[in-house]
Design a binder for this molecule. Structure first.
Ligand SMILES: [Zn+2]
Length: 57
């Protein structure tokens, strides 16, 4: 679950997303994006992705 104002980072490509609408977890490059804390540190996602890579195609 994402919340408004949170930032998410993709470890793979370095892409950053700012959430403006609450919603489902964000995915990039086939993996769950990590939340960036207000102090700039990145929180590793603890949730296990629901969809497998096979489902993306
Ligand atoms: Zn990515």
């Amino acid at each position: 679950m994402t919340n408004v104002g949170e930032k998410y980072l993709c470890e793979n490509c370095g892409g950053v997303v700012l959430v403006i609408e609450p919603g489902l977890p964000l995915y990039c490059c086939g993996q769950m994006m990590n939340r960036v804390n207000k102090d700039g540190t990145v929180e590793a996602s603890k949730q296990i992705p629901i969809i497998s890579e096979v489902d993306l195609y």
